[in-house]
Design a binder for this molecule. Structure first.
Ligand code: M6R
Length: 580
């Protein structure tokens, strides 16, 4: 959930670490801090709030090694004291950490009993004090001595005044090392490294590394370990705003190319063996990825006749997937803790596993038997948009290859519908939503998961209460909430669900709701009844689904913009949820 970065090289480190933190701020933005090391000294500066709000004095320090952290609070409120880096009693060792030290309370009691003084409420601070007890000039040895005492997950960077370089360690929290010209950069993800290099090393669980300007040396279980240097195919331009007001807007407008790159890349590969021998599919995911899985359930059952269940990853441990099921974990980041746990559980029960992710080298790729990659490029906005479209692209591909090729033509031209949706004027719908206290999103069949996703996007970035419902279900209770103050967004494409949707729409309209229909633009009936009708792109189910998904994203984005919200970093959230 937090972002960590460290630089050691020939340049002044603090400004580079601060730039890196700005790139990582989407991982958490309660507070941030930097530690800079020189020949003999260590300076630490940390502050509650977002990075853009201040110009840290630590930038004046000339050291060529620094570490930094941007926080999403787990242990202790967002405050200057709880911000990382954390230091030992003497202030000579500094630690940044992403993850959770589960046994920190007992360690802290023991350390306090031995006379250590704590300054924060965090779990992380125990690491600094433990390292202090083992540090006699060799930081690598001290960190290695401490790690066996830590239960939980961590990506750690440690520095000490007068000590050359950075010591890094990883267990179940992402950590990537960039290998640049006379510099080494470690970070929670590659977006913070791309400014320096596209050559990276992904640390494995249990790895400890020393980072020097000449490169990393990695250790595993007491032995030196060889880890391949890989080339990242993301471009630094992809992590810049490039003239857009927000990353979310940029990412919505990238979706045509994201969709076609993803399907083209998938069709270019041989069909994975893991897709050939199973009796059913269980999908596990969280949030937006889960909504995509719910859609997949309708799609695969319809086109392939294979039973499919979509499970919220954090609930998976309380369910038992049928024997013979292929378990598919879907996660943009590849680091979502609940999804990783669900996949581990599936492996424990000997299910074949497939990961669908956007991030090369992410934790999920190491766990699954096989991985299908989306080609969404880096997604920076906390609200997932282009990764949702990329997930739909993967599912359309799967339904097509497992269902005998019936969808191929529609899938290969799906990007056109996205382009059409992006051109729609949705201003009248935004005007109806921006003053609302509560909004209902409804759909039937494959459009029900889209209604859920539309509601998630709306609440996440506008802070307006929003709920998604199966349209037929809304009169079984939620009807009590409907009034002229509760706009309804109804997804009503042409086809099988149309007549029943029109009946549901009439029932809701009779309760006085402001009615926005995203649906069949040729229907006079819809034109007569809707306060605002946003036409879906002409075409088949694939076009209607993609068009509706994009229109719902635009509606949330434009409403949040009208309300002046912090769109890319909504309150209380973080991009990658690496704690259960
Ligand atoms: O990286 P993941 O796809 O595993 O993330 C899952 C959810 O945390 C994520 O989709 C979240 O719901 C989005 N920020 C919503 O826009």
């Amino acid at each position: 959930m937090c972002g960590i970065i460290g630089y050691t090289g020939e340049k002044r480190a603090a400004p580079l670490v601060l730039e890196g933190l700005k790139r990582l701020e989407y991982r958490g933005y309660d507070s941030f801090g930097i530690a800079v090391v020189s020949d003999s000294d260590l300076w630490v500066w940390k502050k509650r709030g977002k990075i853009s709000q201040v110009n840290p004095p630590v930038l004046r320090r000339k050291g060529r090694t620094a570490i930094g952290h941007t926080r999403w609070a787990t242990h202790g409120e967002p405050s200057d004291a709880n911000a990382h880096p954390h230091t030992d009693c003497r202030g000579t060792i500094a630690i940044v950490h992403n993850g959770i030290i589960e046994n920190y309370a007992s360690i802290r009691r023991e350390l306090e009993g031995r006379g250590h003084t704590f300054r924060s409420e965090t779990d992380t601070e125990v690491i600094a004090h433990l390292v202090e007890e083992h540090f006699w000039g060799d930081l690598l040895s001290a960190v290695r001595a401490v790690l066996p005492q830590l239960e939980g997950s961590y990506a750690i960077l440690a520095v000490a005044g007068g000590n050359e370089g950075i010591v890094a360690a990883r267990k179940e929290s992402p950590l990537v090392i960039g290998v640049a010209d006379r510099a080494c950069i470690a970070a929670s993800d590659v977006t913070a490294i791309l400014e320096h290099t596209d050559r990276v090393v992904y640390l494995e669980d249990g790895d400890v590394a020393t980072l020097l300007p000449s490169g990393p040396t990695i250790w595993h279980g007491g032995e030196q370990a060889d880890r391949p240097v890989r080339k990242v195919d993301w471009d630094v331009a992809e992590v810049r705003l490039g003239g857009f007001a927000h990353y979310m807007q940029k990412e919505i407008y990238e979706q045509q190319s994201v969709f076609s790159s993803t399907v083209r890349a998938l069709y270019a590969e041989p069909i994975p063996d893991v897709l050939k021998d199973f009796s059913g599919i269980t999908l596990v995911a969280c949030g937006t990825s889960y909504n995509a899985c719910l859609f997949c359930q309708y799609l695969i059952e319809e086109y392939c006749g294979i039973p499919v269940r979509a499970e919220i990853a954090s609930e998976f441990r309380y369910r038992t997937p049928p024997g013979g099921d292929l378990v598919v974990a879907v996660t943009q980041s590849g680091e979502t803790a609940d999804t990783l746990s669900a996949l581990k559980q599936a492996r424990m029960h000997n299910h074949p596993t497939l990961a669908v992710t956007n991030v090369l080298g992410s934790s999920i790729t190491r766990l699954a038997d096989y991985t299908l990659f989306m080609r969404a490029g880096p997604e920076i906005s906390v609200a997932a948009t282009k990764s949702f479209i990329a997930e739909l692209a993967v599912f359309f591909y799967l339904a097509d290859v497992m269902g005998g090729g019936r969808l191929r033509k529609s899938v290969l031209s799906g990007h056109e519908a996205i382009g059409e949706a992006l051109l729609q004027d949705i201003s009248p719908a935004v005007d109806l939503c921006r003053g609302a206290q509560s909004i209902f999103f409804v759909g039937r069949g494959p459009f029900f998961p889209l209604a859920l996703e539309g509601a998630l996007k709306m609440k996440e970035i506008t802070y307006i209460h929003a709920e998604g419902y199966a349209a037929g279900e809304i009169k079984h209770g939620p009807f009590a909430l409907l009034s002229h103050k509760t706009p309804v967004i109804a997804l009503s494409p042409p086809g099988e669900t149309f007549p029943a949707m029109v009946s549901n729409i009439r029932e809701m309209k009779a309760r006085g709701v402001p009615l926005i229909v995203i649906g069949d633009g040729n229907s006079q009936e819809l034109r007569d009844i809707a306060d605002v009708l946003i036409p879906l792109p002409d075409g088949d189910m694939v076009s209607a689904v993609l068009g509706a998904a994009v229109l719902l994203q635009l509606l949330a984005y434009r409403t949040a913009e009208a309300l002046g919200r912090e769109i890319d970093q909504p309150r209380n959230l973080a991009k990658s949820v690496t704690v259960e």
